[in-house]
Design a protein around this ligand. Structure first.
Ligand code: FES
Length: 88
């Protein structure tokens, strides 16, 4: 699988196939700019829902408990573990 993006009903779906890459940086390489603030996983700017695959977080201090339970990650510090799809 290669990286791709699709836009459905105003939501951008980004597929990242590279392993151990920061999701936000990989999306940027493919033309999807995910808004950010601190880039350290602290401010919670643009928490993003993982639709498939696994994203490992370097830190998740910027997420609420509800966001964690709902499958959100912080693309600024989230690393893809295999192919992932996120709604940016
Ligand atoms: S930019 Fe602050 S948590 Fe991602």
């Amino acid at each position: 699988m290669s990286e791709s993006l699709a836009i459905v009903a105003g939501i951008i779906f980004v597929t990242v196939a590279a392993v151990n890459v920061i999701v936000m940086l990989e999306a940027s390489q493919h033309g999807v700019q995910i808004p950010y603030g601190c880039r350290q996983g602290l401010c919670g700017t643009r928490a993003t829902r993982v639709l498939s695959g696994t994203v490992r977080m370097d830190t998740e201090d910027g997420l609420t408990a509800e966001q964690k339970n709902a499958g959100y990650v912080l693309p600024c510090v989230g690393r893809a573990e295999g192919a992932v799809v996120v709604a940016a």
